[in-house]
Design a protein. Structure first.
Length: 375
């Protein structure tokens, strides 16, 4: 045992650089020999660690911005804890490095812009050559290849770079993406929010957009495409009360012109007559005294009928006899004697006969009141 200790002590004094490591080896060896449980020997170096090494266990991050921790070592007690990880002290210079074009406008990059170099070697003697500009102007003009019909303005640096084929920004004109690339672009954007999401537009941008979009109406092809894309998306969906309030507040102060009202009425009439749009009536029809009397007479004679039935290209009808294909209308003396009322009635009767071959029978108010049985 003594010989082993002497050997360790000699090695401790010879290797001056690794004194701390040998010191811990000696302590571990002593504890392993004299302690009954050798498992406690592993905990010894943590108990006998130097005070400096324990206190310097706080996190210190690299100042280059990489957010990595600096590993604290024994030699940092004398030299101090560094501010950067090894090799990260040059990162600030790399961040400030900017690509810089040559000042002669040849289009090439300068090698050392951080040193203040403005030109590539030998390019500082280049000066704008007016003779070259005059000679090229006298020649036949060069047109842009995109098909816009504009000529390319000649500049002095084209002497070294050559005259381009396109004006700046015209390279992508008349070049549409293929279907494969479009599919790839659409697949890449799936699930990603748009760049302007949750960014409210200012009032100035709204005014600019309104000025740009005035007197611009979409074509019929775009209307068809939008209708096809929106078909079935809003089916079965209902707007919430908050959305309804927003829409009502937005349209409250807007006053429609007479032209817009006429257009809307014409389109709604066409839809109503074609049967594409059927109004959802939230209220119940109020039965007049004439209709009540006619309904009693139909029930007495055991005639099957449908009340307030909608017929395509005609509208709502008072009574429709299903077995006989007959329409019964009860006309009041006041409303049906107004201007244009009888013309509407004639057009409705003609539409019922022309489209469905239904016969209409009209009864006036005074006829029903005087003799219901005769009717």
């Amino acid at each position: 045992m003594k010989k082993v200790l002497d050997f360790l002590i000699k090695m401790f004094y010879i290797n001056i650089g690794n004194r701390i490591a040998f010191f811990y080896l000696v302590l571990i060896f002593i504890e392993a020999v004299y302690s009954e449980n050798c498992s406690n020997a592993v905990l010894l170096p943590q108990k006998i660690l130097p005070f400096y090494f324990k206190e310097s266990r706080m996190k210190k991050l690299c100042k280059c911005g990489c957010k990595q921790e600096i590993r604290i070592r024994y030699q940092h007690k004398y030299d101090g804890i560094p501010n950067y990880i090894h090799g990260h002290n040059r990162r600030k210079e790399w961040l400030f490095y900017v690509e810089k074009l040559c000042g002669c406008s040849c289009g090439e990059l300068v090698k050392h812009p951080e040193k203040g170099c403005k030109y590539i070697k030998g390019h500082n003697k280049r000066k704008p050559d007016k003779k070259y500009i005059d000679e090229t102007k006298n020649k036949t003009p060069k047109y842009c290849k995109c098909g816009c019909g504009k000529t390319i303005v000649i500049k002095h640096w084209y002497k070294w770079r050559g005259i381009p084929d396109y004006i700046g920004g015209h390279q992508r004109r008349n070049k549409n993406h293929s279907e494969e690339t479009k599919k790839k672009m659409s697949a890449a954007k799936i699930g990603k929010p748009s760049w302007n999401k949750d960014i409210p537009c200012s009032n100035e941008t709204k005014k600019k957009l309104s000025i740009i979009n005035t007197n611009k109406h979409p074509s019929e092809e775009t209307k068809r495409k939008t209708s096809k894309s929106m078909m079935g998306k809003n089916k079965g969906k209902r707007r919430t009360l908050a959305d309804r309030k927003k829409l009502s507040n937005a349209h409250r102060d807007i006053k429609r012109t007479k032209e817009s009202k006429l257009k809307q009425s014409i389109t709604m009439k066409k839809l109503f007559l074609s049967g594409k749009w059927i109004p959802k009536i939230s209220y119940k029809f109020k039965n007049t005294s004439i209709e009540i009397a006619m309904e009693k007479q139909l029930k007495l004679n055991n005639i099957n009928y449908e009340k307030q039935k909608y017929i395509k290209n005609v509208g709502f009808v008072d009574f429709f006899l299903t077995e006989y294909d007959i329409i019964i209308e009860c006309d009041g003396n006041y409303w049906h004697n107004k201007e244009g009322a009888q013309q509407k009635d004639i057009s409705r009767d003609f539409a019922a006969m022309f489209f469905h071959k239904y016969q209409t029978i009209r009864f006036w108010e005074h006829e029903i009141n005087e003799d219901i049985g005769g009717v």
